[in-house]
Ligand binder design. Structure first.
Ligand code: NAD
Length: 252
């Protein structure tokens, strides 16, 4: 078991990457602190972990609120005594996100509130807990769009993921000597709710697939496996990386 005796806090466990990572990390022996804004889906993931013989708690929280971010880290230490893995994964994309001319200011603010401030707050309260545990691994979910322009304009989302990437690299350098590794996980287009709600016709899906060399969308499970590597000691010399799991889209 690759995460035996480790405590992992994962945000966005109600769906997609967060859910698959929580299930996989638990199977690999980690005790899971699952966080999501949605109490039903988050609790469902917790139940599924426990039913499969794993250990998990669920905290309903909004990662963009500082009191919630504090509470989720406190819950990890209170329930399991320590924190070893901090996976800041929750993120949003907004239907009205567009180019600079058309993106409403409120959409820009909301996107940055969740995608950027959420990661900042996770690190603000989570990194001291990792330090108390003697080191650990931080994984921040960015996106391939941090490196490429998106095929369809989503300026706030793209800029927010660029900020996550930059933040991760700087934090990696700051905390390297403390045994705290920080990596930015950059998925390509995935078959999850976040993207598929926009690609609601075969034509729209096909137009997007043209840009992916592997000719298919990624699965959340494939991202979870990369996250497992970054979370585990197998990646002990990996920090500050831009970890692409993208079907080749950034190489094309
Ligand atoms: P998803 O929509 O399937 O899941 C996101 C989860 O985060 C949901 O359960 C949602 O309730 C939760 N969440 C949203 N806002 C929250 C908040 N403020 N506080 C707590 N929880 C909140 O999405 P996904 O595809 O699994 O995406 C996960 C991450 O991967 C996101 O950061 C996303 O930007 C990134 N990403 C996704 C893709 C893709 O194509 N789906 C590609 C690259 C990067």
């Amino acid at each position: 078991m690759r995460l035996n005796h480790k405590v992992a806090l994962i945000t966005g466990v109600g769906s997609g990457i967060g859910r698959e990572s929580a299930l996989l990390f638990a199977r690999e022996g980690a005790q899971i602190v699952g966080v999501d804004l949605n109490p039903e889906t988050g609790e469902k993931t917790r139940q599924d972990i426990v039913q499969a013989g794993g250990q998990a708690i669920f905290i309903q929280a909004d990662v963009s609120r500082h009191s919630d971010a504090m509470r989720m880290v406190e819950a990890a230490e209170e329930s399991f005594g320590r924190l070893d893995i901090l996976f800041n994964n929750a993120g949003i994309s907004h239907a009205q996100d567009d180019d600079a001319i058309h993106t409403p200011e409120e959409v820009w603010d909301l996107t940055f509130q969740v995608n950027v401030k959420g990661v900042f707050l996770g690190c603000k309260y989570g990194i001291p807990a990792l330090r108390r545990a003697g080191g650990g691994s931080v994984i921040n979910t960015a996106s391939f769009v941090a490196l490429l322009g998106a095929a369809t304009p989503q300026l706030a989302y793209t800029a927010s993921k660029g900020a996550v990437l930059a933040m991760s690299r700087e934090l990696a350098v700051i905390h390297a000597r403390e045994g705290i590794r920080v990596n930015a996980l950059c998925p390509g287009p995935l078959e999850t709710e976040l993207l598929m709600k926009y690609l609601d016709t075969p034509q729209k899906r096909q137009r997007r697939l043209v840009h992916i060399p592997m000719g298919r969308f990624g699965q959340a499970k494939e991202i979870a496996r990369a996250a497992l590597y970054l979370a585990s000691d197998e990646s002990s010399f990996v920090t500050g990386s831009t970890f692409l799991v993208d079907g080749g889209i950034t190489a094309a």
